[in-house]
Design a binder for this molecule. Structure first.
Ligand code: ADP
Ligand code: MG
Length: 150
């Protein structure tokens, strides 16, 4: 596990960008943390690091459930499970295909995923202070291109 800390949304975006540039194809990223933890902010950075054009990942997928973006090295999916609870709902939403697509998938409320995933990257976010955020990153060895370079 690796721990990172940020003290502004911009720093979180930059952390995401750095991590995103290291994610290998097919990497599944589970973002865990309460409302306002910074999951969407980090997801935007991750997408930028994966080559999704700057500012393209504008919308939180809370209502559309699954958003799809063209990245530099393939499609990037951004999923929000807040309203997709339970295995049947997740399956019906087509999430199985998304997970099996070989594309990078970034999942908010990742702890609610009830479909099987092999070796996910999990990023747990907590907020020890107003603008402070703490990120616990697990699974880097399996799904990052260069495990020791972050
Ligand atoms: P989530 O998707 O987890 O609900 P968002 O990324 O949408 O979270 O929102 C995070 C909120 O927290 C934003 O209002 C943002 O301005 C605020 N914030 C304050 N400090 C930080 C930080 N260090 N990193 C990320 N967001 C922060
Ligand atoms: Mg969000």
């Amino acid at each position: 596990m690796k721990v990172f800390r940020t003290s502004s949304p911009e720093e979180t975006r930059k952390l995401g960008e750095r991590l995103g540039s290291l994610i290998a194809p097919g990497g599944i990223v589970l973002l865990e943390g309460d409302l306002g933890a910074g999951k969407t902010t980090l997801a935007k950075g991750l997408a930028e690091g994966l080559g999704v054009g700057d500012g393209n990942l504008v919308h939180s997928p809370t209502f559309s459930l699954v958003n799809e973006y063209p990245g530099a090295t393939g499609t990037v999916y951004h999923v929000d499970l807040y309203r997709l609870q339970g295995r049947d709902e997740q399956y019906s939403a087509g999430l199985t295909d998304v997970l099996d697509s070989g594309s990078v998938v970034i999942i908010e409320w990742g702890g609610r995923l009830e479909l099987p995933v092999e070796d996910p990257i999990t990023i747990g976010i907590s907020s020890p202070g107003d603008e402070e955020r703490r990120f616990e990153v697990r699974g880097m060895d399996e799904r990052f291109k260069r495990p020791d370079s972050v």
